[in-house]
Design a protein around this ligand. Structure first.
Ligand code: SF4
Length: 376
């Protein structure tokens, strides 16, 4: 039995890894197999439709399919055209496709596909050339910057909305003005900062120092002030959530979607199914075994969600959320955190505080509070 903090949810997000391969070799990447050139077959896509998308009673009427990597654009638009048809074959739910990409492989064909399928796109780029290329390089060690920027330019020419994800490291944390100027006028719909995490293959973070913690708070505070003072159109949704919660304390932050039972599943290129945080599907072989809850070739959504393995992982996550609620004064902003950093930092899911808490959540809340107190 699950307790009160976890309620049953219908499946509303599928994170699919069509290939472990990535054409870049970012030094902070958490994926151990990103050099392996394997890809999901259309038979596996059909098995996803059969096993996970055939019983509408378990499905939200709107489902997001997030194509994640490796680099998902390593497979051609023609493959996705078939995959998209197969995924919709057995469900009445409306499926929205989202691609998280380094943007280096975007072509006009890709833009046509994105437009035709009304797909959304998230682009990973870490700011100006010198900051981006410190970590985000091609497999030959050369710069990825121009290729990513060309991809973004094509999206703009085709009026395709895109969001940006920017990893913050010890090399970029002091370059607030350069980062702000770089993203100003780029036209991204939203911008999210992701402080370098300890997760999967990335077993340390350049920010895991007391100075890193202090600077991250200053980063959020100064970046937020630059947006406010310049009437910038840059939109930081995480900032807005925190601000809304400060202005309206009765508004409790919902639990992280990666901690909710039945809400999100991950499938790797071979059809192996994992629950909760997407990082569990890209872990080392032994960690993958701990989190694999089935296969699209042999299981159904019903028997996966009812399996003792899935439920015992859910109970452990719930214990962590309960401890967070009892001990953390940021709980109302956070909801108990993402299970992946808890596992990769503490090797257990019923843990509480992580580097990700401090960098992603606490530093942001404190930075927003600093802005408010300066304006009063
Ligand atoms: S900030 Fe960390 S410790 Fe606090 S509630 Fe969130 S996950 Fe738990």
């Amino acid at each position: 039995m699950l307790g009160s903090t976890q309620s049953s949810n219908k499946l509303s997000k599928l994170v699919l890894q069509p290939t472990p391969f990535c054409n870049l070799d970012c030094s902070y990447c958490y994926l151990p197999d990103r050099q392996i050139k394997a890809s999901m077959s259309l038979e596996v896509v059909d098995s996803i439709s059969k096993s996970l998308l055939a019983n509408d009673a378990f499905l939200n009427n709107k489902i997001e399919v997030l194509w994640h990597g490796g680099e998902p654009l390593s497979l051609p638009p023609a493959w996705y055209k078939e995959a998209t048809k197969l995924l919709s074959k057995r469900t009445k739910s409306q499926i929205r496709h989202i691609f998280q990409t380094n943007a280096t492989l975007i072509t006009q064909d890709w833009c046509n596909h994105l437009k035709n399928t009304k797909s959304m796109i998230g682009v990973s780029i870490d700011g100006p050339r010198a900051l981006n290329d410190k970590y985000r390089v091609k497999r030959n060690g050369k710069s990825s910057f121009d290729a990513s920027l060309s991809g973004i330019e094509l999206l703009r020419e085709n009026d395709i909305e895109f969001c940006v994800l920017c990893v913050v490291t010890s090399d970029s944390i002091d370059s607030i003005e350069e980062t702000f100027n770089f993203f100003e006028g780029m036209g991204a719909k939203t911008l999210r900062f992701l402080p370098e995490d300890i997760v999967g293959n990335n077993v340390s973070s350049s920010l895991a120092t007391s100075e890193g913690r202090r600077k991250m708070r200053g980063f959020y505070e100064r970046y937020g002030r630059m947006i406010l003072n310049s009437a910038s159109e840059q939109c930081l949704p995480d900032f807005e959530i925190v601000l809304r919660r400060i202005l309206n304390p009765s508004q409790i932050q919902a639990l992280q979607e990666t901690a909710l039972v039945g809400r999100l599943l991950n499938v790797d290129y071979e059809g192996n199914i994992f629950g909760f945080s997407p990082e569990f599907s890209s872990a080392s072989i032994s960690d993958k075994k701990r989190f694999q809850i089935g296969s699209t070739l042999t299981n159904t959504l019903e028997n996966i969600l009812e399996s003792e393995k899935y439920l015992s992982i859910a109970r452990e996550i719930e214990d962590g959320v309960r401890k967070c609620k009892e001990t953390c004064q940021y709980f109302d902003f956070c909801g108990g955190g993402d299970p992946a950093p808890k596992f990769f930092e503490h090797r257990r899911l019923d843990a509480t505080e992580t580097l990700a808490c401090e960098m992603r959540l606490k530093a942001m809340v404190d930075g927003v509070l600093d802005i408010i107190s300066m304006r009063e």
